[in-house]
Design a protein around this ligand. Sequence first.
Ligand SMILES: [Zn+2]
Ligand SMILES: [Zn+2]
Length: 424
Amino acid sequence: MKYQSIKGFRDIKGASAAFFSFVEKTARDIFARYNFSEIRIPIVESAELFLRSIGETTDIVEKEMYVFEDKGKRKIALRPEGTAGVVRAYVENNLSQEDASQKYFYVGQMFRQERPQAGRFREFSQIGCEYFSNSSIYADVEIILLAKDILEEAGVKDIRLEINNLGCEKCRPLILKKISTTVKDKFNDLCDDCKRRSVKNPFRVLDCKIDGDKFGDIKPELCDMCCAEFESLKSALKASNVGFSVSNKLVRGLDYYTKSVFEISSDILGSQNAVCAGGRYDDLVKDLGGPSTPAVGFAIGVDRLVEILEKTKPESKEQLKSAGVKVFVSATGNTDSQRAAFGILNGIRGAGITADGGYFEKSLKSQMRLANAVNSNYVVIIGEEEVKNKKVILRDMAVQKQEEIDVDGVVEKINKIIKHTGSM
Ligand SMILES: [Zn+2]
Ligand SMILES: [Zn+2]
């Protein structure tokens, strides 16, 4: 019986895995720069949490969420996104009172049962952040700059930022009503999903891949306060040298957004594919039982980001693949030489040098072949003769020359040689 991974799931390995780690490390460094602290939340939550926050008429909740019953007959879900869980944690742990700075980031897997298609997986990785308790538009601008820094420092060039404003609790109902009227006029032309949703959440019709283009440019009529805020947001972006365009079609697929929303995409993946999306959700904390708290956040799709890097930075793929073994330790003969060799291998690693070896059951020839294959700079060889004379053979793979050195102080000697040749 041979097992296979489940449809829509995949193994990430080799240079791709190294790209994932590189992106995560880059993000962590930049989050630290902006004083965000990490939050680790469960992968499963009660399904109800996502219904309440993301919205019951959204694609995610209606079609894509993994929901199942546990042994206690509780309906639980694999998280399809990160914000709902972070807000749940924020409320449950009373973080509005506990933490002076309420800026959190997370890194982790999300799950959506989407129709399988190229480049889309049912388990995917997101890097996201949530910034609570700051209603200033400068919080919005800060996280946009933060997202841009992560993408650019990871190596994505030519990113495009689109922004929109979905209105506050005052003007949002009026905007919805206007969209609702427009949508009603074309009701018979709409797909089944939109027919169903147009009553509960007409915003979603503008976002529909089938129907979105039927409505031209519906300009939201924001209230004076939202207008003023949106203007300040735009001028703050300009002052921060961030290029952007305003898109009235940008409504996001989740119900909890209010006011500003944004998407960042790269031409490499085509215009439909955002690599980062986010916005403000000033009502969600209260909706989930917490104190009224403004909040803004985003999520970066790591799989898509890595896809961009693999297409545009093949040279770093090679670098990531061959991190390189500095020293390879091989042994021939009896257990004494193997024990001595293994001791040296551990000593070299203890000195902070990348080393491999210990394949002592193989012939010397195949140990040398392996040393070559992993791009070793040096190979240590110990046989019965060397053990007897308290010597080891050190072979420089670049010049194909070897010398005999004393076993005493061998790690220090190797360390010195490596530092001297500058190949560390
Ligand atoms: Zn408003
Ligand atoms: Zn539709």
